[in-house]
Design a protein around this ligand. Structure first.
Ligand SMILES: Cc1cc2nc3c(=O)[nH]c(=O)nc-3n(C[C@H](O)[C@H](O)[C@H](O)COP(=O)(O)OP(=O)(O)OC[C@H]3O[C@@H](n4cnc5c(N)ncnc54)[C@H](O)[C@@H]3O)c2cc1C
Length: 385
C-alpha cells in the first residue's frame, strides 16, 4: 500500500475539512446540548456526495471508494461525533445494503430519497434482548401472507430511525435455528403497526437519534424483501464488516479532534512559569497520542484499501475498528487530563468528545466481539498453513 494519499484524495480531504469546519463545527456544541442534528449542514451535504458516498451517481451518490468514504467520515467525526455517527450509519447501514443487494426497483425507489439531504438511512438489527448474539437472540419475525410480509417484533438502539424514509430490518423468516433463518425487509416507518419509541437518553452522541422501534402486524409488499429470502444473516455480517471500517474512521476522527485540542491547550496553558507543553510528562501524552493515532489511522486506511482491492477484509476491518476505538478512548481521556478542570467542563469540546467516543468500542460489534472475530480468523489461517 502507498502510504501517501493521492493528490486527488488530499484535495477531497481538504474540501470536506473546510465544509466541516465552516458548516458543522460551529453547531457541534449546540447539537450536543439540544439533541438536534445540524440539519442546515446535512441539507448541503448532497453536493459533496456525503449522503451517497458509495452510491452510484445515477441515484445521486458520489460513487467513491472505501478509502475516500472513510476519509469523509473521519473529517466529520473530527468536528462532531453525533453528525459523524449519523452520516456513517446512513451511508454504511442505510444505503449500503440497498446498493449491494437491492433490486433495480428498490434502488430507484429509495436511493434518490436517501441521497437527497432530506432523510437519513437506517439498519435495524439489535433487539432489546440481543445485540452481539443475533443468531440465537433476535426474535423479530416475518411471515408471508399472500403477496405481503407480516412483521412482528421489536428492535432497539436503532440510529436514524426518526429520519429514515425506509429501514432495513433484520427478521427471521424461518425458525430452523440456522443462519439461513434470516432475511432483510425494507420497512417504511409510517406503515400501520410501526411504533417509533422516544429517543434514548444517551451519554454522548446526543444529536444522533437512537430509538426503539416496534412492529405489530406490519404489512409490507413481498417486493420489499432485500436480496434473497434466507440471506439476511450473511448480508448483516457483510454490512457489519464494512461498517466497522467506518466506525474505525469515525473513531480516528474523534481522536484527531481531541488530539488537536490537547496540543493547542498544552501550548497555551502555563504552570510553574512555562507552558505545560514544555513538561516531559505532558510531552509523553502528546507523543503517545501521536503514535497511536497514526497507527489507528493507518489500520483504517489499510482496511479500506483491502476492501477496495476486492479482497477478504473481515479480519483487518475488525483489527482497525478495535484499535481505532480503543485509541479514541485513550486520546480523549488524555485530552481531558491535559485540560485539567477545564477538560471536565462542558465549555470545552474535549468533554463532549470523551462522551461521544465511548460508543465506538460498543457499536457495530463490541471490542470483545472484534477480538473473537480476529482470533477466529487467525486460528483458521494457522490451521490452514
Ligand atoms: C448510540 C448507539 C447506536 C446504535 N445504533 C444501532 C443501529 O443503528 N442498528 C443496530 O442494529 N444496533 C445499533 N446499536 C446497538 C449496538 O450495535 C449493540 O448495542 C451492540 O452490538 C452490543 O449489543 P448489546 O448492547 O446487546 O450487548 P450484548 O450483546 O448483550 O453484550 C453485553 C456485553 O457482553 C459482551 N459479550 C457478548 N458476547 C460475548 C462473548 N461471546 N464473549 C465475550 N463477551 C461477550 C459484550 O462484548 C458486551 O460487553 C446502537 C447502540 C448505541 C448505543
Amino acid at each position: 500500500m502507498d502510504f501517501e494519499l493521492s493528490n486527488e484524495l488530499k484535495m477531497f480531504q481538504k474540501t470536506i475539512r473546510d465544509f466541516c469546519e465552516n458548516e458543522i463545527q460551529p453547531h457541534a456544541t449546540a447539537a450536543d446540548e439540544t439533541g438536534v442534528l445540524p440539519w442546515d449542514a446535512i441539507r448541503k451535504m448532497p453536493h459533496l456526495g456525503l449522503l451517497g458516498l458509495q452510491v452510484s451517481e445515477v441515484y445521486g451518490g458520489a460513487d467513491m471508494d472505501t478509502l475516500a468514504a472513510s476519509i469523509a467520515v473521519e473529517e466529520i467525526g473530527r468536528v462532531c461525533g453525533s453528525t459523524g455517527l449519523s452520516i456513517s450509519a446512513h451511508n454504511g447501514l442505510g444505503c449500503g445494503p440497498i446498493v449491494r443487494w437491492g433490486s433495480d426497483e428498490q434502488k430507484t425507489t429509495w436511493l434518490p430519497k436517501l441521497t437527497s439531504g432530506k432523510f437519513l438511512g437506517s439498519l435495524a438489527l439489535t433487539e432489546p434482548q440481543a445485540g452481539s448474539d443475533l443468531l440465537n437472540g433476535a426474535q423479530t419475525y416475518a411471515y408471508q401472507d399472500g403477496d405481503e410480509w407480516v412483521i412482528n417484533g421489536t428492535k432497539a438502539w436503532i440510529t436514524n430511525v426518526s429520519f429514515a424514509p425506509v429501514i432495513n430490518v433484520l427478521v427471521r423468516t424461518r425458525k430452523d435455528g440456522s443462519s439461513h433463518d434470516f432475511s432483510i425487509i425494507l420497512v417504511e416507518p409510517d406503515r400501520a403497526g410501526v411504533s417509533v419509541h422516544p429517543p434514548e437518553k444517551k451519554m454522548g452522541l446526543k444529536a444522533s437519534p437512537t430509538h426503539m422501534i416496534s412492529f405489530e402486524n406490519v404489512r409490507v409488499p413481498s417486493q420489499h424483501l432485500l436480496g434473497e429470502e434466507g440471506s439476511g444473516f450473511y448480508m448483516t455480517m457483510q454490512t457489519l464488516d464494512s461498517g466497522r471500517i467506518s466506525i474505525g474512521a469515525l473513531s480516528v476522527g474523534i481522536a484527531q479532534g481531541a488530539f488537536e485540542a490537547m496540543v493547542r491547550y498544552a501550548q497555551e496553558r502555563k504552570a510553574f512559569n512555562e507552558p505545560i507543553a514544555n513538561k516531559q510528562l505532558i510531552q509523553e501524552k502528546i507523543a503517545n497520542a501521536a503514535v497511536e493515532l497514526e497507527a489507528a489511522r493507518m489500520l483504517v486506511y489499510k482496511a479500506a484499501w483491502v476492501k477496495d482491492q476486492g479482497r477478504d477484509y473481515t479480519k483487518i476491518a475488525a483489527i482497525a475498528k478495535l484499535k481505532a476505538s480503543e485509541v479514541a478512548e485513550k486520546v480523549c481521556h488524555d485530552a481531558i487530563q491535559i485540560h485539567g478542570s477545564y477538560g471536565y467542563s462542558r465549555d470545552y469540546p474535549v468533554e463532549r468528545m470523551y462522551r461521544d467516543q465511548r460508543l465506538m468500542t460498543i457499536g457495530e460489534g463490541t471490542s470483545e466481539i472484534q477480538r473473537i472475530v480476529i482470533a477466529r480468523q487467525v486460528l483458521r489461517e494457522f490451521h490452514h498453513s
